[in-house]
Design a protein around this ligand. Structure first.
Ligand code: CA
Length: 642
């Protein structure tokens, strides 16, 4: 059978795969078109114990197998025996909504029973004029004792529900609230395989190794044994964010699985993975396997999973890991489905527009790579490595500088970045700056602080020293991307000079190395204040927040004043309310070590950001013709009336 014939015969578009458990009925459905027989086995326990009930599944059309029970089986565990070519293989349910400790058995869940109090009424805060995304790992957030979170909640979903934590200075949720970010982006929190859920708290992994795509990870729950606890506590976490005015983005990894021997593989061998012509597994993820996005049932699986998290858990957006391994068609479909269900743009969608290696795509499909940005929906963003590298230098070559840390001939590139690469200057063509995610650091590679120390103090790097030049470069880097058009994204702790002491890839390092050190928010409090100011001021600037296709036209005269000194003007009128406080903005970046005096355009100007402070309001005398911009700093001015 060709793959076209196979899809024609077995493609199933029903939305009822998995288990639907209601008050008086429980329905099991799996898709396993190659099976000769499928047996369902029910257990009281998540591990061990005898099968307490076994039923042969009834074959339906299109490769679907079904079994119905006229009762509520909430809390029972289950798995399947799938017979293919006469051989029985045990598997859990790839569509499971719940699972046992370490996920080897699935769990029947009546989802209503897992809702924390008030969850039905839970609503995301209203979307603000700008998205400021804060990338965070659940364990990093509260592992530090100074977080003030009670010990049993440290490193867990529950940590997000605790307020008034430290008693000396704001930490955790109170800190985030005060910082002013609008979205938190959480590293993977669906069930992954690299941490033993029965093991101790010293284990650590970023979690890019999915096992059960539709179940929350158990090591972040206070009890990984009872499969309902992780579900309830994950919902409590999201509810807590919403209560505090922050939306939640989920980092999703649909491009590969922890092992090829996954539930998907056991249910339909060969179907869910890409292979080379010689039959070997494709490995464009550099994680051992690639999910075969582009095949109908793979795409259905991924799209249904996204919709499930959005509906059941109230997740507000998705960040796609190695999106370049998925297809333009699938990403656009997910965008359409989210828009149809929740309203246009209500859920954020963005991803990494790259992959670790080539991967054989399905015929006729297009990879969701940067070069294909113009084929992606305008509501799908890409991480802008161009902006990142122009500002601070290449991520893999630690000594290679960018604009803020000693790089040369980057003036023109930096000015392209300001428009979100809408004015050319890059190898790809975004439809609008809505497709651009500006950032200078994320969980991968060095922290911004470490990269700056390594590139500016090469050979004598000491990550615990507060170098003046590194501090200034950090501020300037932040100032630059906060004055670029597009979405804004930052790694947690970038605002307090987070260091991993030069560790470039901390995905399985100790939690002590990865965790947010809350005392540093005091030690580097002036840097935190500067970021907080940038966040506040950005929200007031329609000229920079504009995500429309014509936004780039707001960037007026761009000038390269000399080596490492550039400026540009911005039409800052608010076309919706015609109430922009400053009709025009004037922005200067000075990455040189010397002060630079720049001529001011006509009008009366107010300094909104300088080398010291962001979100200040310092009105200059009428008629002042020039201003000194200190070395290694940026300045933002707004033109005011009269
Ligand atoms: Ca797990």
């Amino acid at each position: 059978m060709t793959s076209r014939e196979f899809d024609g015969k077995f493609r199933y578009d029903g939305k009822d795969l998995g288990v639907k458990c209601k008050k008086e009925e429980t329905v099991f459905k799996v898709w396993s078109p190659l099976a000769e027989r499928v047996e369902l086995r029910l257990y009281k326990e998540g591990a061990g114990g005898d099968v307490c009930r076994r039923e042969e599944m009834k074959q339906q059309e299109r490769g679907v197998w079904e079994q119905r029970f006229p009762e509520n089986l909430h809390g029972m565990y289950y798995d399947y025996l799938v017979r293919i070519d006469g051989k029985d293989t045990r598997t859990a349910d790839p569509y499971a909504a719940g699972c046992s400790c370490n996920g080897s058995r699935s769990m029947v869940v009546d989802l209503k029973q897992t809702n924390p109090e008030g969850f039905e009424a839970d609503m995301a805060p209203l979307l603000e004029g700008e998205q400021i995304i804060y990338e965070l790992h659940i364990k990093d957030f509260s592992y530090d004792k100074d977080s003030g979170v009670p010990e049993p909640y440290r490193g867990k979903y529950k940590a997000f529900t605790v307020m008034g934590t430290n008693g000396r200075y704001p930490t955790c949720m109170e800190y985030l609230k005060k910082l002013g970010i609008t979205h938190v982006h959480l590293l993977p929190f669906f069930d992954y395989g690299s941490v033993d859920e029965a093991g101790d708290e010293s284990q650590y992994n970023w979690g890019y190794d999915p096992v059960n795509f539709n179940v929350p990870e158990g090591s972040y729950a206070t009890d990984a044994e009872d499969g309902t606890v992780r579900i309830r506590e994950c919902k409590e976490m999201i509810q807590a964010f919403h209560k505090n005015g922050i939306r939640v983005i989920m980092d999703v990894v649909y491009n590969h699985t922890y092992r090829e021997d996954s539930w998907l593989q056991r249910m339909v061998p060969g179907y869910y993975y890409r292979h080379h012509e010689d039959g070997s597994l494709s490995d464009g993820s550099a994680c051992g396997n690639d999910i075969a996005a582009g095949r109908p049932m793979v795409d259905n699986y991924i799209a249904d999973s996204v919709m499930y998290w959005a509906k059941e858990y109230h997740v507000d957006g998705f960040r796609f890991d190695l999106m370049g391994l998925l297809t333009v068609e699938l990403m656009n479909r997910i965008r359409r489905e989210l828009n149809a269900e929740f309203g246009e743009g209500e859920k954020l969608l963005y991803g990494e527009p790259w992959r670790a290696d080539n991967s054989p795509m399905e015929n006729g499909t297009k990879a969701a790579l940067k070069e294909n940005t113009s084929c992606l929906d305008n509501g799908i963003g890409i991480f802008s490595d161009d902006t990142r590298d122009a500002i601070k230098g290449h991520v893999f070559y630690e000594e290679e500088p960018g604009f803020v840390n000693g790089g040369t001939n980057l003036e023109a590139l930096i000015l392209h970045a300001v428009t979100g690469w809408r004015d050319g200057g890059a190898s790809f063509r975004p439809k609008s700056c809505a497709q651009i995610v500006n950032y200078v650091s994320a969980h991968d590679n060095f922290t911004l602080w470490d990269k700056l120390v390594l590139s500016m103090h090469n050979g004598e790097s000491d990550f615990s020293i507060r170098y003046d030049d590194v501090f200034a470069a950090n501020k300037l880097a932040a100032f630059i991307y906060f004055t670029c058009q597009g979405n804004l994204f930052m790694q947690a702790g970038e605002e307090f000079g987070r260091t991993k002491y030069g560790e470039e890839n901390s995905y399985c390092s100790k939690p002590e190395l990865n965790m947010l050190r809350w005392s540093r928010t005091v030690e580097y409090g002036d840097l935190v204040d500067y970021y907080r100011g940038l966040i506040q001021v950005r929200k007031k600037l329609p000229g920079l927040c504009d995500k429309s296709r014509s936004a780039a036209a707001r960037i007026g005269k761009k000038t390269i004043h000399g080596e490492k000194v550039v400026s540009f003007r911005v039409d800052n009128r608010d076309f919706d309310t015609s109430s922009g406080k400053w009709e025009e903005l004037f922005v200067i970046y000075n990455a040189s070590f010397d002060g630079y005096t720049v001529g001011l355009p006509e009008g009366t100007w107010e300094v909104l950001v300088d080398d010291e402070e962001a979100d200040c309001c310092r009105k200059l005398p009428k008629g002042q013709e020039k201003i000194l911009v200190k070395g290694q700093s940026g300045m933002l001015l707004g033109r005011c009336e009269g």
